[in-house]
Design a protein around this ligand. Structure first.
Ligand code: COA
Length: 260
């Protein structure tokens, strides 16, 4: 598929999606959100892709937010639609993807950019990265899940402070608060993500999808995460991967999972 705003590469089982609007600091316009949605869906459907890495082009920005020029004259109903559509089409899609997604945060991750990184399952930041939810400076609040996912990662108090002050935090502060998993030099960013991915790739894709579902269940209102865990744990016993994983252990060999 040809995209105007993103690049997509399948590198030996690793899907690398790069947001490619460096002149606009990779800001998320409507077309980019649509293309990302399509790219994530097609990567999930491609069984040869075991892990996805999401990054921004250039060394300055991961994503500097939603494209402000597109919504500056929106009405109340258009604002609601923008938020609802974006959440469904991209942010919730990534969070609930069966394939693990690692965000390689290579610079500014602001507003929708940080919300995008927070939708991913794992975040690795470069030392120059700066993160924040500056929406209140523009007279709005985060609308792509930021008010919900930031407190899950950093706690309610720090999330309140970040959202109300609109302050950016550095990569090392983000690490202290659990907003990112690792911080590395920009030159090592993709390497670090690939190192994490290389461990995931050797494991059972079926079990990993179940784990994502069970962990996410913890954060869905009205859903008992323990019950989802029990159901997913049980489902694992019906998979080829479980038969292969246990047989490989007993036969003292490496497992060769097919993901079914
Ligand atoms: N939406 C649309 N365009 C954006 C953008 C956004 N969120 N963020 C950056 N851009 C554009 C700028 O308008 C500029 O375009 P131009 O060259 O055509 O004028 C280009 O990207 C470069 O940005 P610039 O502001 O010149 O870079 P900088 O190094 O001076 O500042 C930032 C970098 C990230 C601090 C600054 O761009 C910024 O504050 N961006 C908005 C962040 C934000 O509020 N995001 C939340 C949106 S809800």
């Amino acid at each position: 598929m040809n995209y105007n705003n993103i690049l997509f590469e399948n590198k030996n089982g690793l899907g690398i999606i790069t947001i490619n609007r460096p002149d606009k600091l990779n800001a998320l316009n409507k077309e980019t959100i649509n293309e990302l949605s399509l790219a994530f869906k097609s990567a999930e459907a491609d069984k040869s892709i075991k892990v996805i890495i999401l990054t921004g082009s250039g060394t300055k920005a991961f994503v500097a937010g939603a494209d402000i020029s597109e919504f500056s004259n929106f009405s109340i109903s258009q604002g609601k639609e923008l938020s609802a559509e974006g959440q469904k089409k991209l942010f919730d899609l990534i969070e609930n993807l069966k394939t693990p997604v690692i965000a390689a945060v290579n610079g500014f991750a602001l507003g929708g950019g940080l919300e995008l990184a927070m939708s991913c399952h794992i975040r690795v930041a470069s030392e120059n990265a700066k993160m924040g939810l500056p929406e209140v400076s523009l007279g709005v609040i985060p609308g792509y899940g930021g008010t919900q996912r930031l407190p899950q990662l950093v706690g309610k108090g720090k999330a309140m402070e970040m959202i109300m002050t609109a302050d950016m935090i550095t990569a090392s502060e983000a690490l202290v608060h659990g907003l990112v998993n690792h911080v590395v030099a920009i030159e090592q960013l993709l390497e670090k993500c690939e190192e994490i991915a290389s461990k995931i790739i050797t494991k059972s894709p079926a079990a990993i999808s179940s784990a994502i579902k069970a962990i996410n269940a913890r954060f869905i209102d009205g859903v008992n995460g323990f019950e989802v865990e029990i159901a997913e744990f049980g489902n694992c016993f019906g998979t080829d991967d479980f038969k292969e994983g246990t047989a490989a252990f007993l036969e003292k060999r490496k497992a060769n999972f097919n993901g079914n």
